[in-house]
Design a protein around this ligand. Structure first.
Ligand code: BDR
Ligand code: CA
Length: 309
C-alpha cells in the first residue's frame, strides 16, 4: 500500500487524478492540500472538497494552501479551466469542512504521524511544497518521493519553454527540484502523449454512475480548449492523471534519470525546467523524467477507475 498526500489545484485534470487515487486499492490518500493556480485558492479548495464529496471521501482531511506564489503575483488559467476552475463538472456542494490549519501544517502533521516516508503527488504550482520544506526541514526525510506534473524538456505551454505549474511559481519549483528529494517529473513531453480521444470520452459517458457523468461533463468543457486546431491533437491531454498512473503502473511509462533545475531569471526562459540530458553539468541526477506513455493502457486505467464508483 502506497500512502500519498495530494497537493493540487483542481482543475479538471487534477480532479481526474483525485478520482483515480481514491479508486485505487493500492493507494491510501492521507490528505489533500490545495494550491492556487488553475483558479484562485478559494475556488481550488472548494473544488477539491466537492470532488471528495462526490467520491464519498469526506474522511480525507483537506487544507488550503498559500494564497499567492512566493514572489510573483498569482496567474490563473481560467481560459482552460473556466470560471469555477472545474467548469462542466456535475458536482455536489461540499459535504464537509476543510481543516482550519494551513496546508503546510496538515502535511507536517500527517508526516509526523506516519512511521514510514510518504509520497507527495503535486499537480499544481509548487508553492505549498516549497514553503513546507522551508518551515519543516526536519521532516524532509519523511518524504519518500515527489511525483509531480510540471515542466517539460522540449517545450512549454505558458511560454514557449515554460509549463504552467512551473510558470506560476518558478521560485517554489526551484526549491523543490533542489531539495535532494527523489523526484518523478511528468512534464509536457509525456502528458501531451496522454490524450483521451472523443470515442473514449463517450465510453466514460456511458458508464452509469455519478462519477462518470461528472467526468464526461468536465471533459466536454476542458476539451473545448484543446480542440483548437493549433495544438494538432486528436484528443485531450490529461496531464495530472499521469502522476497517479505512474504510481500504479510505472510499466506504462518510459523514464530516464537526469539532472533538472529551474530557470528563474531568464528574460525569455523564466520558469523553464532545464534538463541536462548529456550530463554536461556533472550534477546529481535528481529527477526521473517520464518520456513516453502507453496511451491505450493509460486511458483504460482511467476508465476502469471510474467504473469502480
Ligand atoms: C498543468 O496546468 C494545469 O492547467 C493543469 O491542471 C496541469 O496541472 C498543465 O500545464
Ligand atoms: Ca493541475
Amino acid at each position: 500500500l502506497e500512502k500519498i498526500i495530494m497537493d493540487c489545484d483542481p482543475g479538471q485534470d487534477d480532479a481526474i487524478a483525485l478520482i483515480m487515487a481514491a479508486a485505487a486499492s493500492e493507494l491510501k490518500l492521507l490528505a489533500v492540500t490545495t494550491s492556487a493556480g488553475n483558479q484562485t485558492p478559494d475556488k481550488t479548495l472548494n473544488n477539491a472538497m466537492r470532488v471528495l464529496t462526490l467520491l464519498n471521501r469526506s474522511d480525507v482531511p483537506v487544507a488550503s494552501g498559500n494564497q499567492k506564489p512566493l514572489l510573483q503575483e498569482l496567474i490563473i488559467a481560467d481560459d482552460v479551466h473556466g470560471k469555477t476552475g472545474l467548469d462542466g463538472a456535475i458536482l455536489p456542494d461540499p459535504g464537509f469542512a476543510p481543516q482550519k490549519m494551513p496546508a503546510v501544517q496538515l502535511i507536517a502533521e500527517v508526516l509526523k504521524r506516519e512511521k514510514k516516508p510518504v509520497t507527495l503527488v503535486v499537480t499544481g504550482p509548487m508553492t505549498n511544497i516549497a514553503l513546507f520544506l522551508q518551515i519543516y526541514p526536519q521532516l524532509k526525510t519523511k518524504i519518500k518521493q515527489i511525483v509531480c506534473m510540471g515542466g517539460g524538456m522540449n517545450y512549454g505551454n505558458f511560454t514557449p519553454v515554460s509549463e504552467f505549474n512551473i510558470a506560476v511559481d518558478p521560485e517554489a519549483a526551484k526549491i523543490v527540484f533542489n531539495a535532494g528529494i527523489p523526484l518523478v517529473m511528468a512534464g509536457l513531453d509525456v502528458t501531451y502523449q496522454a490524450q483521451i480521444y472523443p470515442a473514449e470520452i463517450d465510453r466514460i459517458r456511458k458508464i452509469d454512475n455519478a462519477v462518470a457523468r461528472s467526468v464526461a461533463g468536465q471533459l466536454d468543457f476542458y476539451g473545448t480548449f484543446y480542440e483548437q486546431e493549433k495544438w494538432g491533437f486528436k484528443g485531450i491531454p490529461l496531464h495530472d492523471p499521469c502522476t497517479i498512473a505512474w504510481l500504479l503502473h510505472p510499466e506504462y511509462f518510459e523514464e530516464q534519470r537526469w539532472h533538472v533545475d529551474v530557470e528563474t531569471r531568464g528574460e525569455l526562459t523564466r520558469g523553464q525546467t532545464v534538463v541536462d540530458r548529456w550530463d554536461l553539468l556533472h550534477k546529481p541526477q535528481n529527477t526521473s523524467v517520464l518520456t513516453k506513455v502507453d496511451r491505450t493502457s493509460f486511458v483504460e486505467l482511467i476508465v476502469e477507475s471510474i467504473k469502480k464508483f
